[in-house]
Design a protein around this ligand. Structure first.
Ligand code: ADE
Length: 225
């Protein structure tokens, strides 16, 4: 998989992809992530990337020209499955969407800033808009890093235990059951007996019941879905 990220602040991506699983995935060649500085594509002599909003109002709007220039250049090089725009004004990202995007070959992710991007980019190039939650970040970069992380960890060969992504929270629409490791008794805080029983059927039943119970308590909306 190849992911091209379009941003005004490439520095924000310096560390998220340099550690842990994403780093390993990049080193193994399971994915390639290319960061493009939108400012480099501005033809304006001041290298402008934003301007005042027509009609007035506070905040700057990201201009069409430099963003279109990168998109056209990339599209001439390969086909893209999706051109994604990170914005709080979109449907909220869910695991199902991560699963779907992990099957794509080439993705472009545009990070919004200020008041957002000129609507004409959205109308003519963007195929998908993603919000990571109902709150507003300074820009789309951290949100893009979240989306990339959620996709890349699903690529075959990234997780050391191939099955572990399938048992993640949200993969079956439920939150995860509690987990424990050694010691079985820490200062009198005991691990539930069933987990020490060696009885796989009982352990699976217990985990499923815990998942349902925890979901009912914390995220009953997931059970409705
Ligand atoms: N940009 C600013 N806030 C955002 C959010 N919640 N999701 C995606 N992009 C954003």
């Amino acid at each position: 998989m190849r992911i091209d990220i379009l941003t005004l602040f490439p520095e924000l991506f310096e560390s998220p992809f340099r550690v842990s699983m994403i780093k390993r995935a990049l080193e193994k060649g399971l994915c390639e992530i290319d960061i493009h500085n939108i400012r480099d594509y501005s033809v304006d002599k001041h290298k402008s990337v934003d301007d005042y909003a027509f009609g007035g109002g506070a905040g700057m709007v990201m201009m069409v020209q430099p963003i279109e220039a990168i998109i056209l250049k990339l599209k001439a090089e390969r086909n893209y499955d999706e051109i994604i725009y990170m914005t709080p004004d979109a449907r909220v990202y869910k695991q199902k969407e991560a699963n779907r995007l992990s099957l794509c070959k080439n993705l472009i992710i545009l990070c919004g800033h200020y008041k957002g991007v000129d609507q004409r980019i959205r109308d003519h190039y963007i195929t998908r808009e993603i919000s990571i939650g109902d709150y507003v970040l300074t820009g789309g970069e951290l949100a893009a890093a979240v989306v990339v992380d959620s996709i890349v960890r699903l690529l075959p060969g990234v997780l050391s235990d191939e099955t572990s992504a399938l048992t993640d929270s949200h993969q079956d629409g439920l939150l995860s059951p509690p987990v424990y490791t050694r010691p079985a008794n820490y200062k009198g805080w005991k691990v539930p007996d069933v987990l020490l029983s060696g009885n796989e059927k009982k352990i699976n039943e217990w985990r499923e019941n815990q998942s349902i119970e925890i979901t009912r308590k914390i995220r009953p909306d997931l059970l409705d879905e």
